[in-house]
Design a binder for this molecule. Structure first.
Ligand code: OFO
Length: 174
């Protein structure tokens, strides 16, 4: 059994992961509308991943005999200036999530709640990987620049990222 404070904090994290899922879905829609197929697929996949992060906490709360609350999700922004801005906002959002996970870890320590501390390790590693991936994408966008063909090449780069991520997921599942 976990404390009520920890239960509430984990439910706030559920809401945050749910919002991230909708936020990335909105970015997928914007990308699709701009003809950026690779980016649209990338954000669709990220959205599904965030949904699974939310469910992981749901399952954990059930496992420790606590209660998960289904959150109200605010409508995310639907319009962006350009693809660079979309990834910059993604990065900023991931940093916010990392900060929130770190606060949960801190709370688990304060409460000597080693079960939750252990559960959160997965999120700590996941956030490190996600931040690194988005930083790599932002670097590529900076290198490609704003030339006339840049959107085409950026989208191709994101397609390559998608293929690599799918391959990694398949080998993890095997
Ligand atoms: Fe939920 O992993 Fe990022 O936000």
């Amino acid at each position: 059994m976990i404390s009520d404070t920890m239960r509430d904090a984990l439910n706030e994290q559920i809401a945050m992961e749910g919002y991230a899922s909708f936020y990335y879905l909105s970015m997928a829609s914007w990308s699709d509308n701009e003809g950026l197929e690779g980016c649209a697929q990338y954000f669709q996949r990220q959205s599904a991943e965030e949904h699974s992060h939310m469910l992981r906490i749901f399952d954990y709360l059930s496992e420790v005999d606590s209660k998960a609350i289904v959150p109200a999700i605010a409508q995310p922004p639907a319009d962006f200036d350009n693809i660079q801005e979309v990834f910059q906002k993604t990065y900023a959002h991931e940093q916010k999530v990392t900060e929130s996970i770190n606060k949960l870890v801190e709370l688990a320590h304060q409460e000597n709640d080693f079960t939750t501390r252990n559960f959160l390790d997965w999120y700590v590693a996941e956030q490190r990987e996600e931040e690194a991936l988005v930083r790599t994408i932002l670097d590529k966008i900076r290198l490609i620049g704003n030339g006339p063909m840049s959107l085409y090449y950026i989208d191709k780069e994101i397609e390559a990222v998608n293929a690599a991520e799918l391959k990694a997921a398949a080998s993890e599942a095997a």
